[in-house]
Ligand binder design. Structure first.
Ligand SMILES: C[S@@+](CC[C@H](N)C(=O)[O-])C[C@H]1O[C@@H](n2cnc3c(N)ncnc32)[C@H](O)[C@@H]1O
Length: 201
């Protein structure tokens, strides 16, 4: 199998790293959801050596992701594991950090609810969840996001689509996750950082 390359990762990986590095700044474990090619995992694990990075995605992407991971030879980057965010068999382990990029707009509201439920269960107390991607703010924030949304609904999944930022913040709060940072990144994307407020559930 030829190693998959996602061109958009080459553009957004450094802005994501710059926005993330002051938050993912102590040693600990990270679970990444929907790692795709694992290019973000390789880029971020290399620059954040204090972290042990565990990428995950659907089974069909694991082989390609593991090509990037094996090639990287990074000691702090584990082979990708299968994790379907719509299911309930998430890892039993608790993590210091969780991360996902370009996932929430690819899945349904129901799946986003399941993600936040499990983030709350899988994060240690005071742990951080960082999520990168486009968000609506009382509607689309750009024509590009409107077109992306149309493509998602017609070509990917009629239940997918860009989510309203305030709905995500409200949903997170229901799971004791408080928004502590919202950084606007290029191409109308954001990096949101949530903190788990309560003791372990
Ligand atoms: C747009 S890609 C983003 C990949 C990578 N995070 C990035 O930013 O390059 C969306 C990813 O979501 C994953 N995905 C879709 N549905 C999923 C599910 N139910 N559980 C886990 N991952 C899922 C896909 O396999 C794909 O890798």
């Amino acid at each position: 199998m030829q190693k998959p390359v996602n061109q958009s990762c080459l553009r957004n990986q450094d802005p994501i790293f710059q926005a993330l590095k002051d938050f993912f700044n102590t040693s600990g474990s990270v679970l990444e959801l929907a790692c795709g090619t694992a290019q973000h995992a390789v880029y971020l694990a290399q620059r954040l050596p204090q972290l042990t990075w565990q990428p995950s995605d659907l089974l069909r992407t694991i082989e390609g992701a593991n090509q990037w991971i094996t090639e990287s030879k990074l000691d702090n980057l584990k082979p990708a594991i299968e994790l379907d965010i719509s299911k309930n068999n998430w890892p039993a382990e608790k993590y210091d950090y969780m991360y996902c990029a370009n996932l929430l707009h690819f899945v349904s509201d129901k799946d986003v609810g399941n993600i936040f439920k499990h983030i709350a269960l899988n994060l240690k107390s005071e742990g951080l969840f960082a999520v990168y991607g486009p968000f609506n703010q009382d509607g689309f924030t750009s024509e590009g996001n409107r077109s992306l949304n149309h493509w998602l609904l017609t070509e990917v999944d009629s239940k997918a689509g860009i989510k309203e930022l305030k709905d995500i913040v409200k949903l997170a709060r229901c799971h004791q996750l408080e928004l502590i940072n919202n950084e606007k990144l290029p191409a109308n994307n954001h990096l949101l950082v949530f903190k788990k407020l309560t003791s372990d559930l």
